[in-house]
Structure formats: C-alpha cells, structure tokens
Design a protein around this ligand. Structure first.
Ligand code: OXD
Ligand code: MN
Length: 638
C-alpha cells in the first residue's frame, strides 16, 4: 500500500485483499474533511485504486487513453481531440422515475397531492428505505475498478456565488466529462481546505470481474439505477447509470436539486435557465435569464445569431443560472457550469453556427452517428455526406440516408468547453455575476399561447412560471408527445417542496429597494391550425422578441408604452414588434390570438394541476393570480 493511503487507512479504514493503490496526487494532501469522505466511500465501495484528479491536460489525455483502450470511446479523426462514446442502449437519458429526494418527511420534498394522486413533482424516499437501497447497491460496487476523486467548483473559482463539490466515481468517462463541465485544479484544492463541499458519490455499478458481458463496452446497471439526493447533508449518491444527467453530478443533481435547497436556505435562486447578454445597435446592454423545459432550443437561444441588424447576443450559459440579489438590489447571475452538454440532433450551421464552431475540438460526443471519414452525423445536421462517405448509427450499425430508424439517438449529446464558443460574453466568468433585467419563461406550445407576453407584476410572473406547460422531450424517459406541466422548467429538478419553492420566489419581492427583473413568457412553437406549420420562423428571428423585451425593460413597469393589456398579460402593441425585413410574411393575428375556449381550458387545467399537485402548500398569492386569470378569461370576448 502506498504511503499516501496508509495514513488514511490507519485512521479511517482497513483495506482488505491487495489494498488500494494511490496514483496522481496524494490523498493526504487533501483537506481532512475530504479524506474522511473518501475514506468512508472506499470502505463501502472497495475500489482497486484511487486517483485524485487535478484537471491537468496530461491527466485528461491519460483518461481518454484509458477510455479508448477499453473501447468506450473512439477518436473522431476529422476533428481535433474529439471522441465518440456509444452507450448501452438501456442507458441513454435521465431516469426521472429512479431519481429520488431523501428527506426526513415527505412534505420536505413534495407537496401533499389530492387523495390518490401520484406526485408529478419528483419522487420521495424515506431515510430508512434509502439506507436499505444503498446497502443493496454500493458495498463492493467498485471492486476491480479505480475510484477517481474529483474536486470541482460550480461557478468561477472564488466567486462569492460559486460552490464546491467532490465527486467520487468509478467511471473515467465521467472524469473526462466533468473536466469539461466543471472547473477543477489547484485553486479548487486550495479553497476546499477552508470550505464546505457537496458530497457526490457515483458508481456505474459493475464491479469486476463482470458477472455478465457489457453492452457497447459501457458499464451500467439499468435495472438497479438509483439517483438519490440528501439535501440536508448536501449529498448525492448515484448508482447504475453512466449517462450524463445521472452521472455528471455537478449538473442537474448538484447545480439544480441540491443547489435549489441551498439557495432557499441562503436566500438566492438556483434555476434551470440560460443566461444571455443582449446589446442594442446603440451599444446598450441587458442580460436576461430564460427557463425552458428540455428540448425547447435553450442552447440555440443562448448562442443565437440575431437576424436583426446591429443587435448582438452573447452567451453566459445555456442551462443553469445561480442568481442572487446584490447589496445594490440587482439580481446577479452566474453560470455554474464550464461547458455545454447539449442535445446534438437539430444542431446545424443554420440553427446554431456557434455551437457547431464550439464542437470542432476537445469535445466528447455520445450516441451520435459517425461518418466513415471520422466525423459526426445526426438528424438535422443539415450536411450531406461527401460521395463515398458511409454512415454508422448510434448503435454501431451501418446506416443510410432515408433509413426509417434514426441515425443518432434523439437525446445524443455533445460535451464541449464553453470557452470555445465564439459568442461567449466577455463577462461570462465574472465572479460577481451579470445583472439580470428580465426573466423569460417558455414552452413548446402548438396551440393557443401567443409568441410573447409580459406578466403584470413579479407576483403574476411567479404564477406564469408555475403554470408553464410544454410538449415532452427526449431528454427524459417519457414516450410520445404530450403537453406536460413543467413549472419553471424545474419539474424534474426541484430539490424541495414546490409549494415552498413558490413562496421562496414570492419572497424575493419582499425586500424593499430591489430592482426586480421583469417576467415574460414566450412560445416559438405555435402552429397554424389549418396547415400544422410553425407560425413563427424562430431561431435568429427570435431576436425580434428579445428586442421588444429589451425595450419593455426600459419602460416604466405597469405602463402601456409598447404594450397592450390582455387577459394573459401585456402583449406587444400594434407595431411594437420589429418585423422589418422578415424573410416571409407572418400571420400576426394567428400568432397573438387568444382563443377564449383554449384559455378557459388552460386555466381549468392549471387549476386542476395546482389543486391536485400542490394542494394546501400552494401560496395564497399564486392562487389569487390564478383566480385573476380565470376572471379575465371569463370577461374575454369571443
Ligand atoms: C438537460 C435537460 O440535459 O434539461 O439539460 O434534460
Ligand atoms: Mn437542461
């Protein structure tokens, strides 16, 4: 046994069999609290070795070498340092049904539902059930594998808004991906010494020797996958899946579920939101944060190239925002991530040239198709393979254009460093965060919901967030297209009771002197009822909507200015939305119509949902806003 571990093992754990080898950095150089955490995990998981990861390029190259040797990734020779992983087809998405919050009382995690209804706002597991589930999974789960210790920061290292974590994992794929998605390195190590950290344990659940062969060289245990969160202990334990959303624990598990609990306790917000900077032709700049459920084009919006001459969009983040009011009363936001874990299908030079530029180097692709000249391919990439170039699908099978099955899995991903994106905002790593002027909620709504509207107030905006619905997505295990409730785009990511979350949002307005961001709702996806085609061109043309939002932020709150009041909120006044130079005519009447029958049904649906799912934990002010909508809809003319 090496010296670095012997001191630890004498104090904390005894090693059986051949002992543990300690590679790279010595464990004893880590703070005592980290050593203790690692010690406990080693005792339970019994790895064959430990590596403490420092994030150095040589170390990353070594990890990629291990993955290539084991057949987990293949080099994509068309690009620079890009790789393709194909997973076991049973491990391709977040598994919401196996994602649980472990709290002393169910009410801590979930509002009480109406009799007999199952909560749609997450899953709760009791502490005793979890202890049993853990004991059935983790003991010995890393046998024969190495445990990697990854100290990381969510947020720019040293930012007052950043938080630290330590992930222990037996997956080198996770190590390589965490190296892209988070910040690692000596500064993190230094800060760990005097700070608290979120404890993140992950195992693919396939100890060696294997009892059954791996599928696609991808270790996982889908039948027993469990992604558990213990918010009061600031702890995550994930077993059985190597797929990003379940295994890169800094992302959804830490930066949303655990962080939303920390944010509630500390008075800030951890949200499923992109952050972008918008600059007008006059050089004035505003930042907005926007919450969309998965697969609504968040990454495309965050990296948009505006179709409006003179306007500029710059990206701060594409998925998660941590936001806190500063001493001047401004809401400041950071992107806690350091990379993009974006959905590949649909990404092209037309839809997102900035993403396409970002993924030309240092990128790990998962479950996309491959071209015989060492490139990637997916549905919607908008590229015809050169003559003689053949294609392989995400399952490793030959594939031809026109085949009925998909070439790339609909939830296939690219994992790429944010710094490589040509449109990153100069302030994207600013430690104090960027000032947020507007918050946008949105969803994929084929019917009834106008292109854009503004809430009447912060309180009304909180209701608009609570009432969000969207067509379902491939990012989770749901099948088919249904309009699902997805309040604040956080339905799969709440770290605590949604009713209490709403109260927390309402409480942001209680402190005097704050400049509350204005709240908007957008829908790029309304369809023509006759033809079924989209009514709005989307993509770069969405800058027209952002321009209106920008202008509204400069007008007095509650004043008409460039807006007209409606039953749902402020709509752009006649002529206020810049339509100059639109490539094709847009049916504005259809895009902004508010069919009374639709809104009656929508309000009734929202009432039923909030009554059934949030019950007595629904804050009074949100219920009053719902009543306000119902009354305004009743007063609508046909
Ligand atoms: C994601 C998601 O992966 O929201 O970002 O599912
Ligand atoms: Mn997301």
């Amino acid at each position: 046994m090496s010296a670095c571990l012997s001191a630890l093992s004498r104090r904390h754990w005894a090693l059986g069999g051949g002992g543990v080898r300690c590679l790279s950095l010595s464990l004893s150089s880590l703070p005592r609290s980290v050593q203790e955490y690692v010690g406990g995990a080693v005792e339970m998981c019994r790895p064959a070795g430990i590596s403490v990861m420092t994030g150095k390029p040589e170390e990353t190259a070594e990890i990629l070498g291990v993955l290539e040797r084991d057949g987990v990734i293949r080099r994509l020779r068309k690009y620079n340092n890009c790789w393709l992983a194909r997973t076991d087809p049973k491990d391709v998405a977040r598994v919401e049904s196996k994602t649980v919050m472990v709290t002393p009382q169910q009410r801590d995690a979930l509002p009480p539902t109406a009799a007999g209804a199952k909560s749609q706002l997450g899953n709760w597991m009791s502490e005793s059930e979890f202890a049993k589930a853990r004991a059935e999974r983790f003991p010995g789960c890393m046998a024969g594998r190495k445990m990697y210790v990854i100290p990381f920061s969510m947020g720019p290292v040293g930012s007052p808004l950043a938080k630290l974590g330590v992930q222990l994992t037996d997956s080198p794929y996770v190590v390589a991906s965490m190296g892209i998605m988070t910040r690692m390195g000596p500064e993190v190590m230094e800060r760990l010494a005097d700070g608290d950290f979120v404890r993140c344990l992950h195992s693919v659940g396939r100890p060696l020797p294997l009892k059954a062969p791996l599928v696609s060289s991808w270790p996982c245990d889908p039948a027993r996958t469990l992604v558990a969160h213990l918010p009061s202990a600031r702890q995550i334990e994930s077993y059985g899946s190597g797929y990003g959303g379940n295994s890169l624990l800094g992302k959804k598990c830490f930066a949303l579920r655990i962080a939303s609990t920390i944010a509630r306790d500390e008075g800030w917000l951890a949200e499923h939101m992109l952050i972008l900077g918008l600059t007008s032709p006059a050089g004035e700049k505003r930042y907005v944060a926007a919450a969309f459920p998965s697969a609504c084009g968040k990454t495309n919006l965050a990296m948009m190239q505006p179709a409006l001459p003179g306007w500029k969009v710059e990206c701060v983040g594409d998925d998660i925002a941590w936001m806190k009011f500063d001493s001047q009363g401004r809401l400041r936001a950071i992107n806690p991530e350091n990379g993009f874990f974006g959905v590949a299908p649909g990404t092209s030079m037309k839809t997102n040239p900035n993403a396409m530029a970002t993924i030309q180097s240092n990128t790990i692709f998962t479950n996309v198709g491959e071209t015989s000249d060492g490139g990637v391919w997916w549905e919607g990439i908008d590229q015809i393979p050169a003559p003689g170039v053949t294609l392989t699908d995400w399952l490793g099978q030959p594939w031809k254009l026109g085949d009925s099955r998909l070439c790339a899995h609909p939830n296939s991903r690219f994992c790429a460093p944010a710094a490589q994106c040509p449109s990153m905002d100069p302030q994207w790593e600013s430690p104090e965060g960027v000032p947020i002027d507007a918050i946008i909620f949105g969803g994929r709504r084929p019917e009834g919901v106008p292109l854009v509207y503004e809430s009447f107030s912060w309180r009304h905006g909180v209701f608009v967030g609570a009432a969000m619905r969207s067509e379902s997505t491939a990012a989770a295990e749901h099948k088919g297209k249904v309009i699902m409730h997805d309040p604040f785009a956080m339905r799969p990511f709440f770290g605590y009771n949604f009713g209490h979350y709403l109260s927390h949002w309402l409480s942001m307005a209680a402190t005097p002197g704050r400049r509350l961001p204005r709240i908007f709702h957008v829908n790029w996806f309304r369809r023509d009822t006759a033809t079924g085609g989209f009514l709005w061109p989307g993509f770069g043309e969405n800058a027209r909507v952002l321009k209106w939002i920008f202008q509204r932020c400069g007008e007095q709150e509650g004043s008409a200015g460039g807006a007209a009041s409606s039953a749902v909120g402020w709509l752009p006044a006649e002529g206020a939305l810049d339509l100059s130079g639109l490539p094709q005519p847009v049916d504005m009447a259809a895009l902004f119509s508010l069919p009374r029958g639709f809104w009656e049904k929508e309000a009734a649906e929202v009432r039923q949902y909030l009554t059934q799912q949030v019950g007595e934990d629904l804050p009074g002010p949100v219920e009053e806003e719902l009543r306000g909508l119902e009354e305004r809809v009743k007063a609508m003319r046909d």
